[in-house]
Structure formats: C-alpha cells, structure tokens
Design a protein around this ligand. Structure first.
Ligand code: ADP
Ligand code: ZN
Length: 526
C-alpha cells in the first residue's frame, strides 16, 4: 500500500469519521482527545477494550508532526502499524526486529516529517542517537502505552520505562499522554510522578467488566473443581493460569488425557512452539491455553470465555488484568480462582526473600493482604475488586459467586479461640496442617515425637472437619489474627490483634463453608 499524506484535518471528529470510519467517540474519548489536541498532558485509565488507542491516534493526526508511541510489546506494535496503514495513516515501528537498513529508512522518514505515528520500544527511544533525532524532528505528542510498566510496585515493572522521566525534561513543550488498563492508587501516583504529569488531567473510566462472572473458591480438590468448571464450558476458549512451568505441563497433559483441547504455554518452551500454540489459540475454536503469566499480554482475542487461576495471582491488579482477558466481546464470561493458605505462604515467602527495600516489601505485603481480603470476603466480589481501584459500586453486582450464592456467616469465636490457643501451645512454629492435626487429635508419629499429643489443645477441635478447619485458618489469616511465617515453612504465629479474641472481648464472624458444587454458568450479566 502506498503511504501518502492524509488530507489534513483539523477537527478530531472528521479524523474519527474519515480516517477511522467511526461515527462517534466512546466514553471519555472525546474529552481526552480534545484535551490532548489542545496540548494538555493526560493520564488515561481505561479497561482493556475501552478504546485507548484512538485517544492518542486521533490527536497525533490532528496536531502537526509525528506522534511517538512508546510501547513495550513488539507484536502489538506490528499489528497496530499494519492496521493504521490499511487506513492510509503513515505509521511505522522501530524495534529490535528491524534490519539496520529498515531502521535507517524509518528514521529518515521521521526526520523528513513523513510519519503520522511512530511506534518505538522504550530501549530504542532511549538511545542517544534516537533522542538526537527526536530533537530535530517535529513531534505531535508522546503516548506512553502500558504506562503501569513505569511502576516498580506494579506487576509488570520494566526498568527502561523508569527512564522515560527524561521525556518531560528534554521535551517540555510536547504533550504526553500515558495510558494503562490497570493501576491502583499507588501505581497511579507513581506514573504521575515519573512521567511528570502533575499538571495533566487524569481520565478515569469505570473498570467494571459486568459481563465477567467472578468465582473464588478455596482449593478443596482442585482437579475435581477444575473438571466441573470445564464441563460447564465445553468447547469454549479459555486460559488456565498456573504458577510454575511444571504445573503448566502437568495440567495441560491431564486435560489432554481427559480428551480436552489444551495446549501448554510458558517461557521454558522454545519460541517456535510458543508461537505455534499462541497461533492455534487465536485461530482455532475452543482451545484451552494452560499457561504461566508469560502468556496473555497483548493477546487480542475477543471470545475468551473463561480464565482460571489454579494458583493465587500476585496481586489484585494482576488478577484484574488476567481475568480481564475474558469476554472482551462483551458476552458472558467466567473467572474462577482457586486458592489455599499454602499459596499465600508461598507468596509471602517470595516477597520476604527478595532483596527489595523494606518499604517495597511493606507495599507488597499490603497488596497480598488486599488479595486475601478479596478471596475471603463474604460480600460482593465486584464491590471489593472495584473498591481496590478506588471506584464504588453502589449495589452488589448480582454476577459473582457471593451474590449468586450468598455466604452464610456464623459466630466463630469459639473455633477461633481454639485455633489460636493451639497455635500458641505448639509454640507458633507449625503450619496449618500440623496445627489442624493437633486440633483433631491425630496421634501421628510427629505429634508423639513433639509431645503434642499431651497438650491441653490436643483433640479439642473434633467438632469441625479438616476442611472446615482449613477455612477457619484462612479467614483468621485474612483477618490478620494469625501471621504466616516468613521463613517459608508456612508456620503460623499470633498477631497482637488476637488478644481481645482470646480474652473473649471480641467476637469473630466466620463464613460457613459452602459444600455445594458451583452452580452452572448461565450467562446474562446484571
Ligand atoms: P484498548 O487499547 O483500550 O484495549 P482499543 O483501542 O484496542 O482498546 O479498542 C478496542 C476496540 O474498540 C477496537 O476494535 C477499536 O477499533 C474499537 N473502538 C474504539 N473506539 C471506538 C469508537 N469510538 N467507535 C467504535 N469502535 C471503537
Ligand atoms: Zn457481586
């Protein structure tokens, strides 16, 4: 396709209509476009599929000069450039996949003012030669896509993004628009600070994805739970996330053995296999991708019907982002998360073992606590999820497990006291498994060797089953009454908050365990 200059337009609505072929802007697009066209800086928070691209593409065409788009995803860059060229927009990309001669050609076009939009990888942008080139070019705007990558507290930190700070130092008169589909309060504030957006406007769209039904269940029998869920999603495309490569392989194999169409995806597979699996997921129907989080960013498949987490995601943001890959077409979709107290211990261990500064660890711990709160809540999941993004949903959503099958609560003070006492008597060193053995009076070799069969708390918990005790432990951890140890054995210890409970001054409401099989997914959002 010949790449010729477009007829120049000065009105964003003309560009929208004549170049992109759309009748009207959506949601906050019009406001954002007008603001950036006028030279303002902006931080745009919009869920995936919300239409972020037009927010910088239209202003780039209206304003004189080239719009520079910084994007971490080379594959996505390529698709965007192709799509824009189809529309007659003079677009190009600069990244490590180009031959030197091709790269020089693109740079020449930039210098000559022959490009409307140029997509660059951050490491490329930051080279001295490219910055010098930019200094001599006419720039319409900088768009920083996936702006949460700037945050070291976000889930997808990229060191190169950090250095984008120099954009506002070197090019103070060029408007900057940062865009992301995921950013909680601290991440937002960090983006603003790093990219010098203090004088810009923040455009916050609702993060609600009403067509996604959220389900979060304790891991009881994960294989059976997964099987029941997949039986409700016969023939549909979905993603199953696991924490480790080994578990991805095992799970994919188990599903194939059950006669399902499943493929593995993780960073340990060679590039060719990964590309082939991704391609089949995109092009064939009903493929179940079993993957680590290496899979998904930038994958644009509208009809992903479900996302399962067999292990806890790293944070609520990561959960939101990963589940958000379901149902981009707006049709009913379902997200299932299975979690256990061991997962939490494992994540805490990751955080503690890292050599991050204490302040960072504290934030990571807070994020984990928030995630655990979402898992253990007896109220609407969507309300809890959205409140994490500083958004309020006035009514319970009616499309999550706690709304659909309201959780019964009971006064669990006595059970909690028994548990806390037992943790205390066993000297605050053991994980949930052993403590529950003692509560249930299991006189195994370990209990005998440690003399735990002689404790006053031995066998005081036979009124509850093992699963019920596990549920009590999870909730007590989520309430902050028990801490899970940092050395990685999942040892439980008492927190200061547990004193009023032990003294009987504070009563604790617990959720009653659900014993029913999850109800069939029957579509229909609120
Ligand atoms: P995001 O980057 O926020 O995930 P995109 O920019 O890729 O979203 O847009 C998602 C889809 O919505 C695209 O197919 C895009 O063409 C479409 N879209 C965006 N804005 C409009 C609009 N104003 N009118 C019609 N379709 C739109
Ligand atoms: Zn709900």
């Amino acid at each position: 396709l010949p790449v010729l200059p477009l007829e120049s337009h000065s009105d964003p609505r003309d560009v929208l209509r004549h170049v992109f072929g759309y009748d009207s802007f959506r949601g906050r697009q019009a406001e954002i476009v007008d603001h950036v066209v006028a030279g303002g800086d902006a931080l745009v928070l919009m869920p995936t599929g919300g239409g972020k691209s037009l927010c910088y593409q239209v202003p780039a065409l209206v304003r004189p000069g080239t719009g520079i788009v910084i994007s971490p995803l080379i594959a996505l860059m390529h698709d965007q450039v192709q799509a824009l060229r189809q529309l007659g927009v003079r677009a190009a990309a600069l990244n490590s996949t180009l031959q030197p001669a091709e790269a020089r050609q693109v740079e020449r076009q930039l210098a000559m003012g022959e490009l409307d939009l140029l997509y660059v990888a951050p490491e490329r942008l930051l080279t001295d030669s490219f910055l010098t080139l930019l200094q001599g070019a006419r720039i319409a705007l900088f768009a920083i896509d996936e702006a949460h990558c700037v945050s070291q507290w976000g889930h997808d930190f990229r060191p190169e993004y950090r250095q984008l700070t120099l954009l506002h130092e070197r090019f103070p008169s060029v408007p900057r628009i940062a865009l992301t589909a995921t950013a909680d309060g601290p991440t937002r504030r960090e983006i603003v600070e790093r990219l010098g957006l203090e004088n810009g406007r923040v455009f916050l769209s609702s993060f609600d994805r009403p067509n996604i039904r959220y389900r979060i269940a304790p891991k009881a029998n994960p294989k059976a739970q997964l099987r029941a869920f997949l039986d409700d999603h016969e023939g549909e495309a979905g993603v199953i996330y696991c924490m480790s490569r080994a578990k991805v392989e095992q799970t994919a194999q188990a599903l194939v053995d059950e006669g399902r169409f499943a493929l593995p995806y993780h960073a340990g597979l060679d590039a060719e296999t990964r590309a082939r699996h991704q391609d089949r997921f995109l092009k064939e129907e009903g493929v179940i991708m079993v993957a680590t989080i290496a899979f998904g960013m930038g994958i644009d498949k509208p009809d992903v019907r479900f996302v399962v987490h067999l292990d806890l995601p790293k944070s609520i943001e990561a959960y939101y982002q990963e589940t958000g890959r379901a149902g981009r077409d707006g049709l009913p979709s379902e997200a299932l998360l299975l979690y256990g107290v061991e997962d939490v211990a494992k994540l805490i261990q990751f955080v503690e073992a890292s050599d991050a500064p204490d302040a960072r660890k504290r934030v990571e711990r807070q994020k984990l606590d928030a995630l655990l709160g979402l898992c253990e809540t007896a109220s609407c999941r969507r309300q809890v999820l959205l409140s994490y993004f500083e958004e309020t949903l006035d009514e319970p959503c009616g499309n999550c497990d706690t709304c659909l099958e309201p959780v019964k609560t009971f006064d669990g003070t006595e059970a909690v006291q028994k548990l806390l006492s037992c943790v205390y008597r066993t000297e605050q060193r053991f994980g949930a498994g052993h403590v529950i053995d003692v509560l249930l009076g299991v006189a195994n070799e370990r209990a005998q060797r440690l003399g735990h069969d002689k404790l006053s708390t031995f066998g005081i918990g036979t009124d509850l089953s093992r699963d019920e005790w596990r549920a009590v432990v999870r909730q007590v951890v989520a309430l902050g009454l028990l801490k899970v140890d940092v050395e990685g054995h999942g040892g439980l210890s008492l927190s200061d908050d547990c004193r009023p409970v032990l003294r009987g001054e504070r009563r604790v409401q617990l959720k009653a365990e659900k014993r029913t099989k999850p109800a069939r997914a029957t579509g229909g959002a609120r």
